[in-house]
Design a protein around this ligand. Structure first.
Ligand SMILES: NC(=O)c1ccc[n+]([C@@H]2O[C@H](COP(=O)([O-])OP(=O)(O)OC[C@H]3O[C@@H](n4cnc5c(N)ncnc54)[C@H](OP(=O)(O)O)[C@@H]3O)[C@@H](O)[C@H]2O)c1
Length: 204
């Protein structure tokens, strides 16, 4: 029976590399005359993007989903044996419409992005908890960072892109078995800022 792998952020740097790993395992099995051991499902807001279309052509099941939509996530992740997830700080930080919303709410763009990322993390955690019976041991993988405020004893209180990810974890631990992958700075970021995507180049 093949295992079901759900990848949040499959069109991005981290998610696409996870997809490539499982695709290579499937290819190896097929070359040996075996059935592919994994059904790979990728979540994206835009199934019509070039990366999503390319992944679909590689037998990845592409599903339209938004991390802001809690009930959609629960139904999309139902039955998964493994979930890989990322959350998104930089998009709500940079997007012009989010800047407008932050201003309307009277919060800084950083705090606004923290709130969005934290809410997305909660939605992911709730959806994983809703399917905990089908998850493998350590089958919920979360890309995260350390808690900057706590690690600096309160010296650095506005590294919201660290703290949002870390703040979801105390809640995760009580919901289901999870593994946290603390990513280092990804090489492609060097010199070009944090928001460039390399996946279209590396995948297509
Ligand atoms: N790059 C690094 O060095 C690094 C290091 C540590 C931690 N991180 C963190 O890890 C996260 C992901 O990093 P990355 O480099 O893989 O990012 P990325 O290349 O920008 O990809 C972001 C992914 O998230 C998806 N996504 C964003 N908002 C979404 C939403 N509302 N609903 C559904 N999917 C959404 C995007 O999918 P669609 O656009 O297709 O919907 C895309 O696949 C970021 O939060 C970043 O802060 C990054």
């Amino acid at each position: 029976m093949p295992k079901s792998i759900a990848i949040i952020g499959i069109t991005g740097n981290q998610g696409s590399s996870v997809a490539l790993h499982y695709l290579s395992l499937n290819s190896a099995a097929i070359q040996s005359g075996d059935a592919p051991p994994y059904i790979i499902c990728g979540l994206t807001r835009n199934p019509a993007s070039p990366v999503a279309i390319h992944l679909k052509s590689q037998s990845v099941e592409i599903v339209k989903a938004d991390l802001d939509d809690a009930s959609m996530l629960i139904s999309t992740l139902k039955g998964a044996n493994l979930i890989f997830s990322v959350t998104n700080y930089w998009e709500p930080f940079f997007r012009p419409d989010c800047r407008v919303k932050a201003k309307q709410l009277g919060v800084s763009p950083r705090k606004y992005a923290y709130d969005v990322e934290y809410a997305q993390g909660r939605n992911i955690a709730d959806a994983a908890a809703a399917t905990v019976d089908t998850l493998d041991d350590n089958g919920f993988i979360v890309s995260t960072l350390s808690h900057a405020t706590q690690c600096s004893n309160g010296k650095y209180r506005e590294l919201y892109h660290f703290d949002a990810k870390a703040d979801v974890f105390p809640e995760l631990a009580s919901l289901c078995t999870a593994s946290a992958s603390r990513r280092g700075y990804i090489f492609e970021d060097l010199g070009i800022g944090v928001s460039r995507r390399v996946s279209p180049r590396t995948l297509i």
